[in-house]
Design a binder for this molecule. Sequence first.
Ligand code: UGA
Length: 443
Amino acid sequence: MRLTIFGSGYVGLVTGACFAEAGNNVLCVDVDERKVEMLKRGESPIFEPGLDEMLKRNIAAGRISFTTDAAEGVKWGLFQFIAVGTPPDEDGSADLKYVLAVAEAIGKNLTEYRVVVTKSTVPVGTADKVKAKILQTLKARGADIEFDTVSNPEFLKEGAAIGDFMKPDRIVVGTDNPRTAELLKALYDPFTRSRERMIVMDVRSSELTKYAANAMLATKISFMNELANLAERMGADIEKVRLGIGSDPRIGYHFIYPGAGYGGSCFPKDVQALARSARDHSFKAELLDAVEAVNKRQKDVLFEKINKHFEGKLSGRTIAVWGLAFKPNTDDMREAPSRTLMERLWAAGAKVRAYDPVAGHETKRIYGERGDLQIVKSGPEAIKGADALAIMTEWQEFRSPDFDTIKAELKHPVVFDGRNLYDPGFVKRFGLTYYAIGRGDSV
Ligand code: UGA
């Protein structure tokens, strides 16, 4: 089938590449000329395991191509996917200007029936706005052409997006038109064949499903972080508690890892946007507000441990940081807890010497050249002569470090672990002081 995908960001590219992989002919449209030129050369502007090879393979096969021309895009695909960004407004609500700009471009260029599918995460009611915008634009040019709008939120995880797309837990489709549901079923059939995983519902429920999923996951994390803070004050170990509660299948082991707070482009933005929409509906979403507040506080926890250990004397010290990305297998630094830590260390007069397997460049791009930030090429290099070590991302390569070297290299033998990677008793055997999140004696 022929598909057009507006927006060659994270969601758009993964969606485009995976649909092409299944044999469809995909045209990706983006306003950013530089990005489109890169993509034409087969270079992916984002780091996502497996994406580069998939793009190259499908470009070579002629199944995926790229353009900045929206008119060409509208002409191309029966399906017109909207996968552009919805950044937060100043008040936390999702900014729909890019989504509506695509709707306008579709209205301006429509010549025959199209299915317009919104994949971007958008507030409940956006599908109606997209429809109204297309109708209004069509009317302005005196045209009367049939089209359908569908909500089809994505549930991809960064770092595992290709697998999530190819083998989804579920495909949520929001439409009031059975014919459109059939078309989407045919399109997704290669990915859902082994089991019926498509859930068709009305448009508004589909739009809310996306926010509900992310808000639920964020709630689990903030709940565990709250409990971790309690555990360390009560002399309990949250890691034991985690196993104790996870064994109840109603709770489950997934997504109950305490840490330095959740980051990324989705949870912080979506929880805020949902709370904001609640207010727009004259409802104060107490729980959502608390989830957000707990997370904000959690991002400060590691800094506070460091500050307390050094009795507020951080000026002139160098803290080694292992891991910068908001989670492993991505170079994404959006809302990363490491940023809060670094910014607080800098404000206190300390220097940061950081290592991340892939997010070093992105960190340099964000903060530029500055005297109190040094990005180095390995974990061992980061600790050389540093005062202490802080761990912010649970990359695989940090899981079994050489603790003897850490002890020998650090001026103060102390490790602050924002991801609870090690057994406290084991680390202490090397003569290191070990602070983690929610683990008994580590307050
Ligand atoms: C999240 C959701 O997991 C996806 O299902 C969703 O599609 C996506 O948002 C989206 O809306 O696009 P993502 O932001 O890529 O995906 O990352 P996650 O793996 O969910 O991690 C989010 C944050 O939570 C990370 O900072 C991670 O360290 C933290 N986390 C996760 C915890 O602190 N504890 C946990 O137990 C799990």
